[in-house]
Write a protein that binds this ligand. Structure first.
Ligand code: GTP
Length: 344
């Protein structure tokens, strides 16, 4: 065991299948030891009873309230404590999963990883994984705002209970989720069955140039390569329904950009709208620069870095995606386009 400690935030509304997924992971992952932080409302944590006790699992329960509103500080000190005990050899585990209560907005949980310097430097936030209960999602989305937020923050959305719906219903659900979050890869798990490589060790918070935009459901052909299950969605092309979800994806595209102008645009954007920007990522082509400029952020926490080289001139297209709450899309698009270099 080394000091490297990856953390996955697992969210999903009440009954969406979080415990079922973890149980499946534990049954098929004998080599790794997993620490789980569970957070439920109320004084008794029922979930830990449902999780099969196993040698390769330790559960830390946080039952004083919801992580998201009252115990962010408690989460931070729990993370410090766990890390230190692991370092001292008092407990051994290879990864940590934070299973949130179904009612939690992931924002404050995510923020804990950025606001605390010690955590930022020692613990690697791997990804936010959100489960969606396909049997109930359409009704629940309209009634519980937190679900759109859980989907909006996700790097992976895993559909559950797909055995309870037909393909047409699945298409509608996939479209609705894509409308909210076009950056997350949408996958499927029946009764928790999904390979761990599909939702663990994603490295979603590393500054890399992977800006994968989803248009549908994905399956993994082998361990890592994603294949668009487009057949399922072709029949849905005429489904042009627009949704009124508060949170949705905004995509900006242009050619080469002026570094100073895009810097100013991003700064103003974050200053004005950072609170309403759940996640965002840009892979940008900068004039006279052979490397891709990567921008990635959560609310007002943003990181910039140069990534790989562009392979050839024709590929130099700048893409910037924001998953946000009620942003003035037309106005922002116009401002983004103004940062482009005029080629004439
Ligand atoms: N039909 C069907 N049922 C499922 C599937 N996945 C989970 N379930 C069932 O859904 C119910 C809720 O699953 P849990 O894993 O307890 O969900 P949870 O997200 O941990 O629930 P909370 O802790 O209440 O938020 C259980 O009865 C599961 O057996 C699935 O793919 N298909």
């Amino acid at each position: 065991m080394n000091n490297y400690l990856p953390v996955t935030i697992l969210t999903g509304f009440l009954g969406s299948g979080k415990t079922t997924l973890i149980n499946h992971l534990l049954n098929h992952n004998q080599h790794e030891k997993i620490m789980i932080i569970e957070n439920e409302f109320g004084p008794i944590n029922i979930d830990s009873k449902l999780l099969k006790s196993d040698r390769n699992i330790e559960i830390l329960e946080m039952t004083n309230g919801c992580i998201c509103c009252s115990v962010q500080g408690e989460l931070i000190s729990a993370l410090h404590h766990l890390y230190q005990r692991r370092l001292n050899g008092e407990i051994a585990f290879d990864r940590l999963i934070i299973e949130t209560t179904g009612l939690a907005d992931p924002a404050p949980i995510l923020q804990a990883f950025f606001i605390d310097e010690f955590i930022r430097e020692t613990i690697q936030l791997d990804a936010v994984v959100t489960l969606v209960d396909c049997e109930n999602i359409i009704n629940d989305l309209n009634e519980h705002r937190v679900i759109a937020s859980q989907i909006g923050f996700a790097d992976r959305v895993i559909l559950t209970k797909t055995d309870r719906i037909n393909d047409d219903e699945k298409i509608i659900i996939v479209k609705r989720i894509s409308n909210i979050n076009r950056k997350a890869t949408i996958l499927e798990a029946k009764h928790g069955q999904i390979a761990k490589s599909q939702w663990l060790d994603i490295n979603a918070f590393q500054l890399n140039d992977d800006l994968h935009l989803n248009n549908g459901l994905f399956i993994f052909e082998n361990d890592r390569s994603l294949t668009d299950k487009s057949i399922l969605l072709k029949s849905a092309n005429n489904l042009q329904k627009s949704y009124n979800d508060e949170i949705c994806s905004y995509l900006f595209e242009a050619g080469e950009l002026d570094l100073k102008k895009i810097g100013e645009f991003t700064e103003t954007l974050i200053e004005q709208y950072g609170n309403d920007m759940l996640r965002y990522k840009g892979v940008l082509a900068i004039k006279d620069q052979s490397q891709k400029l990567i921008v990635q952020g959560v609310h007002k926490v943003v990181g910039f870095d140069y990534g790989q080289q562009w392979e050839n001139e024709q590929d130099k297209v700048s893409k910037f995606i924001i998953i946000g709450r009620k942003l003035p899309f037309k106005e922002l698009k116009q401002k983004f386009l103004l940062t482009a270099v005029n080629k004439s």
